[in-house]
Design a protein around this ligand. Structure first.
Ligand SMILES: [Zn+2]
Length: 125
């Protein structure tokens, strides 16, 4: 990917990206961009090549994201963030971590595996 937009990325309060296109009156489109792309469905986001490119862009971010999470989990300087990252990964992998505080004040974390099929990028037909 070499395309870089000169327009700063605009996001809604919920973090979702807004469309980078402009309406015919020159005002910016306030539509919701499709995931992985800069445009809404009205401004090309429903075109097959745009959808495919958006999916590929997201797939390309999976490995760097996992590497970043792995580094976060191994970071002893921020144990709270490391624990949150570890829990998130365990949850997504089908493991449920439950935390119980015993009467003696000790915290016990039990991890239960909930079998489900992981959907990995690039494995679909
Ligand atoms: Zn738009």
């Amino acid at each position: 990917m070499t395309h870089q937009s000169a327009t700063p990325v605009s996001r809604r309060a919920d973090g979702r990206r807004t469309c980078s296109a402009h309406r015919t009156d020159g005002e910016p489109c306030r539509g919701l961009a499709i995931r992985g792309a800069a445009v809404c469905t009205v401004h090309g986001g429903s075109a097959p090549q745009v959808k495919l490119s958006a999916e590929q862009r997201i797939r390309d971010l999976v490995d760097p994201s996992l590497n970043r999470i792995q580094k976060t989990i191994a970071d002893d300087d921020n144990p709270q963030l490391a624990l949150a990252a570890a829990r998130d990964i365990l949850d997504r992998a089908g493991y449920k971590a439950t935390e119980k505080i015993q009467q003696d004040g000790r915290t016990v974390i039990e991890i239960e595996y909930v079998a489900r099929t992981l959907e990995l990028p690039g494995t679909d037909e």
